[in-house]
Design a protein around this ligand. Structure first.
Ligand SMILES: Nc1ncnc2c1ncn2[C@@H]1O[C@H](COP(=O)(O)OP(=O)(O)OP(=O)(O)O)[C@@H](O)[C@H]1O
Length: 790
């Protein structure tokens, strides 16, 4: 302390004791705070050392199981800090509906209503999901243990941590298994859909109601075959292992759009209780590595669905020449499908799309880096997942690469076609069910059904008087009860539109209310139950009106949906609908053709214009060149050529020129001159045929930095005649110098030599007075500094 005081005194602080006291306080406070933190940290370490903690990542299934389990725990729902969402973050998430049991919540509503009352909120209520906010800790008591649950955000998404004070982790394992069972019990009636996301992981997307297999109308045996095959596959893991065959099975569903491919997969997944993992190969973000990662993470016993397989590889897919013969159900040659494919191909070709020029592919290939080999590897490479069922769908089988659809990758092929009459009838029956379906088989189909007109007439004739009829207005009897009743007695009169709303005039006696307008009656959303006889006859009439294999099942379904409350109209108006559909289709075809023709003409026009422009430009350039050539020729006429024979190896002509073209022309004429000199008997015998012609900018001019040399190497054709001046070769030289003979072989061929670089401002050789040639003047003083040219 004395030392501290002695330190502060020289600073001129008169009252040193107050400073010392301040410092004392700081030191004391710091010590206390440090002690507090250390003890708190030690305590939490001590406590944590008794806790067992399990972490669950959002990317894995246990997270979903636990979230569902938690959503049903009252402690979780009583969180003081929570967030709400209308988007379920996980399968089977519960909403406010579960809160109805909470007496406290119920006390906020009048006894007759509740927040989930359909009459209060309407039938399409939105469920609100509830979950505690991130980074809040909750304590839940479960099986004599206190669980500490915390949801936080980690690197790979959200994390759930569950801690418990226990000697072994059995309690945590029991928790996970309980949550799993609960989840699966919930999932029995639904199929879970997972989608690949741009981060390369699977995200839960939806929990859909199962689709009954009976609602899929396909040729007899097709669905049974597929379902049986998939079921058999799932049960044969050992069989595959014993034979060393990869435990994978692939189904390729191909055919026209709207024929039930996706619906069948949905139904099979529901029947076999499998989750569906969907990846769209045409996604912009998909790449080889990403697909490989996704595929390897598909759990065992799940369905992997690759939709629109052909969309991924327009180029490779188009390489396919013809439909494969290995198809289990490939259509025979000449079928409507093949004709359609041919038509499609022709149309593509007309539009200018060929195998490697498909507009869609071009656009896609710019974004999507998935390659065919990447997909093949992902399907059955070393890292590919085992135990999964692959379903792939395509509308264009002919566009698939054979490697993609070969057995082993796609083991079973099923073709889906447009609706047959059989399917049309089944669809109709499916739409307007009757409890007497089984009896309908015995009823002769040639009997006329009750006409729509009669039905409508009877409907209106009963209007008004039946407003109070219990049968008509209640509609509470089950279809089967009604069906049984009608099988014993004549068909009941059609159900009139109930008049349940109080209105003026309902007690009128003099004037009855006018009949309900047809379109208003048609707007009813439930069809009256049909007796077996009527249903059979209506279904037959409908099927008769639908041409075989012309419309997709989806199109027929769309038509029936429009008439879902009017079975008679659906049947009677089917023929008119077919006509109108055809007209519409023809009109669309015509419009499309007209559009295509217009586009084609515009394309051709643009092409023509481009060609004309190019031709014009070419002509202009040619003319310009001609002019330059002529100009250069004129210049060359004044140029001089002197065979320089420094080592009897080169003839050099130095001419002036200002452009490369001019230089070439000048040099060429100079070379011609050299050639003629060589051919002349008077030419010196020492000059050799090899000639280098170089041209330089006009000189003399002072050297400047931007001066440039134009160096042209012009070949000279040496005449095949022996030069007159050649000395008689001696016999010795003949035998000694075989190189000379080699050179003789070159006579008549083009001889090139490396151009010799010279100073750009070296004065050109100009003819002297009296037609004499002079050697160039000595090099300019700055010659050595222009190394760039040397
Ligand atoms: N064979 C069928 N049986 C029952 N419903 C069908 C059938 N085909 C199509 N549908 C109905 O048509 C609609 C479209 O069917 P789906 O999506 O399964 O056709 P798709 O062949 O997968 O079509 P796309 O190739 O365009 O994907 C669905 O609502 C489905 O109910």
């Amino acid at each position: 302390m004395e030392a501290l005081r002695s330190l502060v005194s020289p600073l001129g602080l008169l009252n040193g004791t107050s400073v010392v006291d301040g410092v004392k306080l700081v030191v004391l406070g710091g010590t206390v705070e440090t002690a507090r933190r250390v003890s708190s940290s030690a305590w939490s370490h001590f406590v944590n050392s008794f806790f067992l903690t399990a972490h669950f990542s959002e990317e894995d299934h246990p997270y979903d199981w636990l979230m569902l389990w938690l959503s049903r725990r009252p402690e979780w729902q009583r969180s003081r800090e929570f967030e709400t969402t209308t988007r379920a973050a996980h399968a089977g998430a519960s909403g406010w509906g579960d809160e109805l049991d909470d007496p406290l919540l119920a006390s906020y509503f009048p006894p007759s209503t509740s927040p989930e009352d359909p009459d209060e909120l309407g039938p399409s209520k939105t469920r609100v999901h509830f979950q505690p906010t991130l980074d809040s800790t909750h304590t839940i008591y479960w099986r004599q243990h206190w669980l500490r649950v915390r949801r936080s955000r980690g690197e790979g998404g959200q994390m759930l941590s569950v801690s418990v004070v226990a000697r072994s982790n059995a309690i945590l394992k029991a928790l996970v298994l309980t949550a799993k069972r609960e989840y699966e019990r919930e999932a029995v009636h639904r199929i879970q859909i997972f989608l690949a996301d741009p981060h390369g992981s699977w995200r839960w997307a939806d929990a859909r109601h199962k689709r009954p297999m009976g609602s899929i109308v396909l040729d007899p045996g097709v669905k049974e075959m597929l379902l049986g095959d998939a079921r058999d596959f799932l049960a044969s893991e050992k069989w595959y292992a014993d034979r060393g065959i990869p435990f994978r099975r692939g189904y390729l569903l191909h055919g026209v759009p709207g024929s039930g491919k996706s619906s069948l997969i949905h139904a099979i997944a529901g029947e076999l209780m499998l989750d569906v993992y969907v990846v769209s190969l045409s996604s912009a973000w998909i790449s080889d590595t990403m697909l490989m990662g996704l595929m390897s993470r598909v759990p065992k016993g799940a369905i992997l669905l690759l939709e629109d397989l052909d969309a991924a590889f327009r180029s490779s897919a188009s390489r396919r020449s013809s439909s494969p013969s290995s198809s289990a159900s490939s259509s025979p040659p000449g079928t409507a499908d093949q004709k359609r494919r041919r038509r499609d191909k022709e149309r593509d070709r007309e539009r200018g799309y060929d195998a490697y020029d498909y507009r869609g592919r071009d656009v896609m290939s710019e974004m999507n880096t998935l390659s065919l080999s990447g997909l093949l590897n992902a399907l059955d490479g070393v890292a590919a997942a085992e135990g999964r069922i692959l379903f792939a769908t395509t509308n264009h089988l002919e566009k698939l690469d054979p490697a993609l659809s070969r057995p082993g990758r796609m083991d079973v092929w099923v073709e889906f076609k447009n609706a047959s009459r059989w399917q049309a009838e089944a669809l109709f029956r499916n739409f307007f069910p009757s409890a007497e379906d089984e009896e309908a088989d015995d009823i002769p189909l040639d009997e006329e059904p009750t006409s729509a007109g009669a039905s409508t007439a009877s409907l209106w004739s009963t209007m008004g008087s039946v407003a109070s009829s219990s049968r008509g207005s209640s509609g509470s009897g089950t279809g089967s009860e009604k069906g049984k009743e009608s099988s014993r007695s004549p068909p009941p009169p059609p159900m009139p539109m109930p008049m349940t709303m109080p209105q003026f005039g309902s007690s009128n006696e003099a004037y009855l209310p006018p009949p309900v307008a047809a379109e208003i009656a048609a707007a009813q959303h439930t069809a009256r139950p049909l007796d077996a006889r009527t249903l059979a006859a209506l279904a037959k009439r409908f099927a008769d009106a639908v041409p075989e294999g012309e419309f997709s099942v989806a199109a027929l379904q769309g038509y029936l949906l429009k008439n879902k409350s009017r079975p008679e109209a659906a049947s009677n108006e089917a023929a008119a609908w077919v006509v109108s559909e055809r007209e519409m289709r023809e009109r669309l075809e015509r419009e499309k053709e007209a559009r295509e023709t217009k586009e084609k003409m515009e394309r051709e026009k643009r092409k023509r214009e481009r060609a004309e422009k190019a031709a014009k430009k070419e002509t202009e350039e040619r003319e310009k060149k001609e002019k330059e050539k002529e100009k250069a020729k004129a210049a060359a006429a004044a140029a001089s050529v002197i065979p320089v024979v420094p080592d009897a190896a080169t003839a050099v002509a130095i001419v002036t020129a200002t452009t490369p073209l001019e230089a070439t022309t000048v040099a060429t004429s100079a070379a011609e001159s050299v050639t003629s000199q060589l051919a002349s008997p008077t030419t010196s015998t020492e000059s050799t045929p090899a000639v280098v012609v170089e041209s330089v900018p006009a000189a003399p001019s002072p050297p400047s930095a931007d001066a440039s040399a134009i160096i042209v190497d012009v070949p000279v054709v040496v005449p095949d005649t022996p030069t007159a001046s050649t000395s008689e070769p001696s016999s010795e030289s003949d035998s000694e110098d075989s190189d000379d003979e080699d050179e003789d072989d070159d006579v008549g061929q083009v001889v090139r030599q490396q151009p010799r670089r010279i100073s750009p401002w070296a004065a050109p050789i100009r003819p002297g007075h009296g037609g004499q040639w002079h050697h160039p003047p000595p090099a300019a003083p700055s010659w050595g500094s222009m190394g760039g040219f040397l």
